[in-house]
Write a protein that binds this ligand. Structure first.
Ligand code: NAP
Length: 355
């Protein structure tokens, strides 16, 4: 990792602090000795806080909880007071929303406005790190055909998602655009954006509800026993994403967006890695489904798997160029096999998956 300059006298804010990605960031901050202002929706729920509390007991930093909701204007004022750096990670991550506008777009876009406008009103803040996504860089794998050099870079934006097609990706795109608009209208604080691909690896909370967990579970619970869809995507370890946030927050040279993706991978590669490591004990998919079969049955299996989605994604590879973060921030990526094996083992150990 490049040169990180810590001033642990000032607290830092993490929005959505009990989330899958945010919990690892909170761990890194506590290790470095920070006072973490943890903004959560329900600080009165001890089950949600117990994993972060356990970290704070054994690490040099300390944690203070604040109640805040993305949809309540001014809700982050108290949590942000005195903070030098704001990590805005909170945003709903769900691929099958009932109402995409209400469940995804509003909390992502209005929530980002709410948090960043609060930064405008909080003189102590000098940097804001937004957890965006590769989903704000591209929408469908078919988009890669129009990308110069054939690999996504930080200069690409998702122009193919909408409320009715890939609404989660649309929510991340609108949210990041909102962040840049607010950041560019002022010059007191700097915006740095982390754009992870699909995040894998064990959670601080083994019962985390992020879609990352539901997805890996499906490889081992029989959902894919008939076969796996040939879907290409990037993958990155949750601990490497936390390190990228630390660099984005504290490396003086950090600027702009950072694709944070260790590997250009695919669902068939995930299945192969899991089968090699865990053998026949779980019903891992053994074959790859043909595109025409997915075309026929996909929409029956899930409302989210539309014919347009299949046409523009299945059988098409994903490729992103992660070199900006490697060169400028010294980001490194642990092996994909490690991330998948440790996360799957956690699903077994926690009882989420049984043999
Ligand atoms: P997660 O565990 O579901 O975390 C989402 C967090 O957002 C939770 O802490 C949740 O709070 C909070 N949140 C949702 N709606 C909220 C609202 N209305 N007000 C306040 N907080 C709200 O999912 P995750 O995977 O860690 O995602 C964290 C961030 O990483 C998101 O911005 C996501 O888009 C981004 N990301 C994730 C991946 C991935 O593969 N996991 C990849 C790229 C980017 P509660 O605990 O109260 O529900």
């Amino acid at each position: 990792m490049a040169n990180l300059e810590y001033n642990t006298f000032a607290p830092v804010l993490v929005t959505g602090a009990t989330g899958y990605v945010a919990s690892w960031l909170v761990k890194r901050l506590l290790e470095a000795g920070f006072t973490v202002h943890a903004a959560v929706r329900d600080p009165s729920n001890p089950d949600k806080l117990k994993y972060l509390n356990a970290l704070a007991e054994s690490l040099p930093g300390n944690i203070q909880y604040f109640k805040a909701d993305l949809l309540e204007v001014g809700s982050y004022a108290e949590a942000m007071q005195g903070c030098a750096v704001v990590f805005h990670t909170a945003s709903p991550f769900t691929l099958n929303p009932d109402d995409p506008q209400k469940d995804l777009i509003e909390p992502a876009q209005s929530g980002t406005r709410n948090v960043l406008e609060q930064a405008n009103k909080t003189p102590s803040v000098n940097r804001v790190v937004v957890t965006s996504s590769c989903a704000a860089i591209y929408g469908d794998n078919a988009d890669l055909a129009g990308v110069s050099g054939g690999a996504l870079t930080e200069s690409d934006w998702n122009t193919s998602s909408s409320l009715s097609h890939q609404p989660y990706s649309y929510s991340k795109t609108l949210a990041e655009q909102e962040a840049w608009k607010i950041a560019k209208a002022q010059d007191r604080w700097q915006l740095v954006v982390v754009n992870p691909s699909l995040v894998m690896g064990p959670g601080i909370n083994p019962f985390a509800t992020s879609e990352s967990f539901s997805l890996l579970e499906q490889f081992g619970d029989g959902t894919m026993s008939a076969g796996v869809v040939d879907f290409g995507m990037g993958a990155v370890d949750v601990r490497d994403v936390a390190d990228a946030h630390m660099a984005a927050g504290f490396d003086p040279a950090a600027q702009g967006r950072y694709i944070t993706s260790g590997y250009n991978s695919s669902f068939p590669e995930f299945a192969e890695i899991l089968r090699d490591r865990f053998g026949e004990a779980y019903p891992f998919p053994k074959r790859t489904l043909s595109k025409w079969l997915v075309w026929i049955v996909g929409p029956w299996v899930s409302e989210g798997i539309t014919r347009k989605y299949i046409a523009r994604n299945v059988g098409l590879p994903f490729k992103a160029d992660n070199s900006k973060g490697v060169k400028e921030l010294g980001l490194t990526y642990r092996p994909l096999q490690t991330s998948l094996a440790e996360m799957f083992q956690q699903l077994i150990d926690s009882g989420r998956l049984s043999e």
